[in-house]
Design a protein around this ligand. Structure first.
Ligand code: USQ
Length: 406
């Protein structure tokens, strides 16, 4: 297949591009390199040393003989350029990662909120709009989030996208419907993914676009089979307070002797998936497109659930790290349960990498190896969800004066 990977320079986009190229597909990365600009804005860098996208694709070609093509296009801003590219290349499938993906970054200030909404919603809409205008039947696979469902304890499993409901009619019968599971975003970033869902629903219904939306959990790990092949193919790894996700942050904190930064009681339960499984799921989704005119296909892309404090305890046990409970800068339920259905990927043959099996090698291969590159002052999570919460956040760059809240 000819596949366009929108946002193919990012944390999941890059290993996905390699994985699909390795499987024999013709890969075109479209990216505005915004993630690299945000590193510059924040004054942080990936834990792993990352080359330019041109250099990365050159190394991939030298290693494998396969070409990955790169096109500098901003989906949110360059609508005409995007349309021209699509008209010329007519890809069989498009994988869409081209969105600002960090919840804390989206909550930093009014400017960051505007940027996240403008970028994410426009990027998705421009893509859908162009596909219709050009009469293109490319299968669109979008990286969504488990966060669209929200994190309240309901005592029932979260279905894969759709919820059967009964509605009482005016003549006293019960009419059955399947609706999108009620959206319940916890940040501006998560809200943009909820808005994406409505755009997909409309364009699938109105124009018959073939769309798959992957509701993904928190991705952990760094390497995939292909990124291991050469030092310069390595994936990025974020550890800072804005872009670092919880498990990867705990791994690097353990490696540099910074106490593991549990927010509040650590009672938040979240869904997780290893980066290697994430790229496999994307390939499975590409192989199983919905029919033209069908509703949006939704998969829950996660393999296990864990409570944040249990993860911290697990890593503390493996590494001897200390754990602190800090005031939570986010507005979220202090404790929640989470049961998630993920039968669709398991039925398609996904054999998940478990946390227990993969964690130790991640500490040794990545966190300890590159620990010398960490700027400790960028470890604290200082982006607060409300002005009141901002007064309580941890700014301790050394992590030596941190005390657990009760
Ligand atoms: N947390 C800590 N300590 C930390 C960092 C985070 O206790 O040092 C807690 C947070 O308060 C939260 C949980 O860990 O309760 C998860 O936070 P996270 O930063 O790992 O994940 P999140 O902000 O939800 O976002 C990440 C990705 C996003 C993806 C989402 C999947 O950045 O792109 O959509 O995970 S999900 O969480 O399932 O919505």
């Amino acid at each position: 297949m000819k596949i366009a990977v929108m946002g193919g320079d990012g944390f999941i986009g890059w290993p996905t591009s390699l994985h699909l190229s390795d499987a024999g597909h013709e890969i075109h990365i479209l990216d505005n390199l915004s993630r690299r600009w945000i590193d510059t804005e924040l004054g942080v860098q990936s834990l792993t040393p990352m080359d330019s996208i041109q250099e990365r694709t050159r190394i991939w070609h030298a290693e494998t003989g396969r070409r990955i093509h790169f096109h500098l296009i901003d989906l949110a801003k360059d609508y005409e350029l995007l349309k021209k590219w699509l008209a010329e290349h007519r890809p069989d499938a498009i994988v869409h990662f081209a969105e600002q993906r960090a919840a804390p970054y989206s909550m930093k200030s009014d400017r960051h909120k505007n940027y996240t909404v403008n970028n994410n919603v426009n990027a998705t809409h421009n893509l859908l709009n162009a596909l219709v205008e050009l009469n293109l039947d490319s299968h669109l696979v979008h990286l969504g989030t488990m966060g669209v469902y929200g994190y309240s304890t309901i005592g029932a499993a979260i279905p894969e996208g759709y919820l059967p409901v009964g509605i009482e009619t005016t003549d006293g019968r019960t009419a059955s419907q399947e609706i999108l599971y009620p959206a319940n975003p916890g940040s501006i970033y998560h809200m943009t993914k909820c808005l994406d869902q409505l755009l997909f629903q409309f364009y699938a219904k109105n124009d018959g676009l073939r769309i798959t939306d992957l509701h993904q959990g928190i991705v952990w790990g760094t390497h995939t089979e292909q990124t291991r092949r050469h030092e310069q193919l390595i994936n990025r790894f974020d550890y800072d307070g804005d872009y670092g996700t919880v498990l990867n942050r705990f791994l690097i904190q353990a490696a540099i002797g910074y106490p593991l930064t549990v927010h509040g009681t650590g009672g938040q339960t979240r869904a997780f998936i290893h980066i290697q499984d994430s790229v496999r799921c994307i390939e499975l989704a590409l192989k199983n497109p919905p029919a033209r005119g069908a509703r949006v296909e939704i998969f829950n892309q996660m393999t296990e659930t864990h409570r944040v404090r249990d993860l911290a305890d697990m890593i503390a046990k493996m590494s001897g790290a200390e754990v602190v409970r800090l005031p939570n800068p986010r507005k979220e339920a202090p404790e929640n349960d989470l049961i998630v259905k993920n039968d669709k990927f398991l039925d398609l043959g996904l054999a998940p990498i478990t946390l227990e099996a993969g964690l130790l090698s991640e500490i040794v291969d990545v966190a300890r190896k590159y620990a010398y590159r960490v700027d400790r002052s960028r470890v604290p999570a200082v982006s607060a969800w409300t002005k009141d919460l901002a007064a309580t956040v941890n700014h301790d760059p050394e992590g030596k004066r941190l005390k657990s809240v009760s």
